[in-house]
Ligand binder design. Structure first.
Ligand SMILES: Cc1cc2nc3c(=O)[nH]c(=O)nc-3n(C[C@H](O)[C@H](O)[C@H](O)COP(=O)(O)OP(=O)(O)OC[C@H]3O[C@@H](n4cnc5c(N)ncnc54)[C@H](O)[C@@H]3O)c2cc1C
Length: 424
């Protein structure tokens, strides 16, 4: 199997670290050598403004969010059932598989465009959008490392019909510490025999395909990891009970269990030992999308708070006339606007084939922490009404919490950022 060129961007030496937080390396726009200023260097040509095509895509997503997701969001949250019809509708209008090249049945667009969609869909329901982004997360290692043959065989049929994929990384004892994965891939001629249990897998029970991180030898830690593409109907694959969650309850989250599953070696992405670098590069790209989802949730909470503050009267005037409320709203706007720019920067870098570990960690951390703060403050603006389910803000608050946890916790993002600062 030929080594995909994209993998060469993360060298073996850079991969010689221990966990999900270890993504050092030269930034392209982050810290300039002279000034240590964090931001966008002059040569980056980064442009956060939107073209007419971007605006059309955003409008399509906004209409989809308003007409298809928003009306069923509260019910999907209450009954904790994934609204599968939405996958069919999103597939029909081209709002899933956006980053897959057009010749394999995807949208042929970039992460910048996917982030525009992420913000809109998450503003309507982060649980529904989580299923979409989890699928993009599972497809991204193929985008990075699959050979043309693998794209034809695995990606093309997947994209041809409405379907979701899952990224199977986390295990009962391997969370933030990716290198401690225990799911075993034992080589037997032309196949791997896969055994292990994955925990908290989004789309676990509804996915057509899994991208599984396994190890050929746990003693090798990060150097032993491989990524395997496993159809969900393979003999030996089963799923556990659906997790009952605090928020994002529409999404299907489960254990996925592999018992003597035969996976052809030709379903391996990259070479043995390249799995860790591939996982890190995948997370770098997708963190911008999770950050965009956080912008969507924060924006929705802010809009609800603005509206409510103008309608609710106390002491014979709208509560929006009180400076304590006004400043909360202003702080919400500051966080939404700043997070959106960070998202666009991180996504732009990914689309231009540039390393964005540092920038995507900043975007994800800031946007997720901001969403948590904004939604908590929105509940406060609503007073007692914010705490009950008749109003949407308590859902936003529950949904926001997960954004600080999955795809690397906020602590892990801070580790990435600080290691970067201390290394440069
Ligand atoms: C609803 C949901 C959906 C998910 N979907 C997926 C999915 O689709 N695929 C998938 O693979 N995983 C998924 N996950 C798993 C998620 O990515 C992990 O939960 C997350 O990475 C944290 O791992 P952990 O839960 O084992 O926490 P731990 O790693 O045990 O962390 C516990 C606490 O310790 C902190 N901590 C850990 N290490 C350090 C350190 N070195 N320095 C400072 N603090 C540290 C963490 O920040 C956290 O606060 C999902 C999780 C949830 C809850």
């Amino acid at each position: 199997m030929t080594r995909p060129a994209a993998l060469a961007r993360i060298t073996a030496e850079e991969r010689d670290w221990h966990s999900a937080c270890d993504t050092p390396g030269p930034s392209n726009v982050g810290i300039s050598e002279e000034s240590m200023n964090v931001g966008i260097s002059e040569e980056s040509m980064f442009n956060p403004s939107l073209s007419p095509e971007h605006k059309a895509l955003r409008e399509l997503a906004r209409q989809f969010a308003r007409n298809e997701i928003a009306p069923i969001a509260a019910k999907a949250d209450r009954i904790e059932e994934y609204p599968w019809e939405l996958v069919k509708k999103a597939h029909a209008v081209g709002l899933i598989n956006i980053t897959v090249p057009g010749k394999y049945g995807g949208g042929g667009l970039g992460y910048f465009e996917d982030c525009l969609v992420a913000e809109e869909l998450s503003a309507a329901c982060a649980g529904v959008y989580s299923s979409f982004v989890a699928s993009t997360l599972a497809l991204t290692p193929l985008n990075i490392a699959a050979t043309p043959n693998q794209m034809e065989r695995l990606m093309k049929p997947f994209c041809a019909e409405p379907a979701l994929a899952s990224f199977c990384l986390t295990e009962p004892s391997a969370g933030s510490d990716v290198a401690s994965v225990r799911t075993r891939a034992k080589r037997n001629g032309d196949t791997y025999v896969l055994n292990g249990t994955k925990r908290f897998i989004t789309n676990g029970g509804v996915a057509k395909m899994y991208t599984v991180t396994a190890t050929v030898d746990p003693e090798l830690r990060h150097k032993g990891l491989v990524l395997l593409v496993v159809p969900s109907d393979s003999p030996g694959v089963s799923v556990g009970k659906k997790e009952e969650k605090m928020g994002q309850r529409a999404a299907d989250t489960r254990e996925v269990i592999f018992e003597d599953v035969q996976v052809p070696v030709e379903n391996r992405l990259g070479e043995e030992g390249e799995g860790f670098g591939l996982v890190m590069e995948t997370l770098d790209r997708i963190r911008a999308e999770v950050a965009a989802a956080a912008v969507g949730v924060g924006r929705a909470a802010m809009q609800a708070a603005v509206q409510y503050s103008k309608e609710r009267e106390q002491f014979s005037e709208p509560i929006s006339s009180f400076q304590a409320i006004q400043f909360k709203l202003a702080d919400m706007a500051i966080k939404v606007e700043a997070a959106r720019l960070l998202v666009r920067q991180a996504a732009w870098l990914a689309d231009h084939g540039l390393r964005n570990s540092y920038e995507s960690a900043i975007a994800k951390c800031f946007a997720a922490d901001s969403a948590m703060q904004i939604t908590t403050d929105a509940v406060q603006v609503f007073g007692g009404y914010g705490y009950i389910r008749d109003y949407p803000v308590e859902k936003y608050m529950r949904d926001a919490k997960l954004l600080q946890i999955y795809e690397g916790t906020s602590e892990i993002q801070r580790l990435v950022i600080s290691r970067w600062l201390l290394k440069s």
